[in-house]
Design a protein around this ligand. Structure first.
Ligand SMILES: Cc1cc2nc3c(=O)[nH]c(=O)nc-3n(C[C@H](O)[C@H](O)[C@H](O)COP(=O)(O)OP(=O)(O)OC[C@H]3O[C@@H](n4cnc5c(N)ncnc54)[C@H](O)[C@@H]3O)c2cc1C
Length: 366
């Protein structure tokens, strides 16, 4: 708890992933926090609600920059600490990522493995990827049978349960006296931090809701199926390399599986089409035939808040108005890193983490 002299009054806009996490940690640090969310407390308007919540820095290095990979490494150490501070349990595991492909896609897999090896050479602190033969795949995931002759194993990677996390964070916000305003959209201009009777800080964590102030933001649509599949036994997130239907399967507790694929450059929030659902579920069935008898709990789509370089950014919109955005497909993998950088700024410190994450905190010039 900070002393009363340091007790700041903070407004957080947006109760998706970043806003919930930040509001909770600011309240834990002893600050007075008011949170405004455009939707309800169930996070229906946030991609975090449907996300797979995989924490896979090496796997993601194929499509992102070393700074984001480093943030992912940071998160794998930080999530257990953060989750231990919650009063409700949140499923977290670090059993690695399994990468599979069908024989005909071996060339694509070789290219992918080379990319990851190049990452490893640049960042040797990452656990080394391991090539698997059929017996190796079988040892890791016996229920796949002998259908995969090869695979890659990325030790140390993790995942958590996104819905348990959002619910546990909500519980903390409710019990830590954060002033909560649901169904209450706000803009940063609604506040004048530092003025008499106003808050000390405003933190804008509105994702795509911040587009009026951050015109370069765009939506990248993702579609997922949530299945209950008692016949499928997978112990870790599994990705299928495929030229047209690459998918990931994230096994949560109690045989619930989050299966996703598509990345579409679009702000379309309409439900997934029959065609894309068929492709998604067929690809999942090609990994494990046990999905045939699975029950579909949900098919959903959402858009990830994304900046032109697909990298996250923190910037001052004005004095003591901080925007945190562009979390793209990595929100769970990078939010602890962004959180720690922002908490240091609030303490008046420049975090040494900024350099390792290759992040700068810009100030918007009007
Ligand atoms: C299909 C899919 C799979 C994903 N899988 C993963 C994964 O495996 N690993 C991973 O790390 N990440 C994953 N992600 C990405 C992750 O979900 C996002 O990066 C993350 O949710 C972004 O968090 P955010 O808090 O910045 O924004 P959001 O979660 O979008 O939250 C923004 C919040 O602001 C609210 N808001 C908007 N306008 C206003 C306003 N005017 N006033 C107040 N509130 C407002 C919104 O209602 C929303 O609740 C996935 C995303 C999708 C769609």
């Amino acid at each position: 708890m900070t002393s009363s002299a340091q007790r700041l009054s903070c407004v957080v806009l947006g109760a998706g992933l970043m806003g919930r996490l930040l509001a909770w940690q600011l309240a834990r640090a002893g600050h007075a926090v008011t949170l405004y969310e455009a939707g309800g407390s169930d996070a229906q308007g946030s991609p975090a609600r449907i996300a797979a919540a995989m924490l896979a820095p090496l796997a993601e290095s194929a499509i992102t920059e070393p700074g984001v990979v480093e943030m992912g490494r940071h998160a794998l150490a930080r999530w257990p600490e953060l989750l231990a501070q919650l009063s409700q349990p949140v499923f977290f595991q670090q059993e690695g990522t399994l990468i599979l492909w069908h024989r005909q896609d071996a060339a694509e897999a070789t290219r992918f493995a080379r990319q990851l090896q190049a990452t490893h050479e640049k960042m040797p602190a990452l656990p080394k990827l391991q090539s698997l033969d059929a017996a190796g795949v079988d040892r890791l995931e016996p229920s796949l049978g002998k259908r995969f002759a090869q695979g890659l194993y990325l030790p140390g990677e993790g995942q958590l349960d996104n819905r348990q996390l959002l619910a546990a964070l909500l519980h903390e916000l409710q019990t830590s006296k954060v002033n909560l305003h649901w169904n209450s959209p706000r803009e940063p201009q609604d506040f004048q931090p530092g003025a008499t009777g106003q808050s000390d800080w405003v933190f804008d964590c509105r994702g795509l809701g911040a587009r009026a102030q951050w015109a370069q933001l765009r939506g990248v649509r993702g579609e997922v199926a949530r299945l209950h599949a008692p016949e499928v036994h997978l112990s870790r997130p599994t990705r299928l390399i495929h030229p047209r239907y690459p998918i990931y399967i994230a096994p949560k507790q109690d045989h619930v599986f989050v299966i996703g694929a598509t990345e579409i450059e679009s702000d379309d929030l309409s439900p997934p089409s029959v065609r894309s659902t068929l492709e998604l579920l067929s690809a999942a069935y090609s990994v494990h035939t046990g999905f045939a008898e699975a029950r579909i709990l949900e098919i959903a789509a959402q858009c990830r808040p994304t900046l032109p370089d697909n990298l996250p950014a923190i910037r001052h919109l004005g004095p003591r108005v901080l925007q945190i955005n562009g979390l793209y497909r990595h929100g769970f993998m990078i939010s602890p890193a962004l959180l720690d950088v922002v908490l240091a700024l609030v303490r008046g410190e420049r975090s040494p983490l900024l350099a390792s994450f290759n992040l700068t905190v810009e100030t918007l010039q009007n």
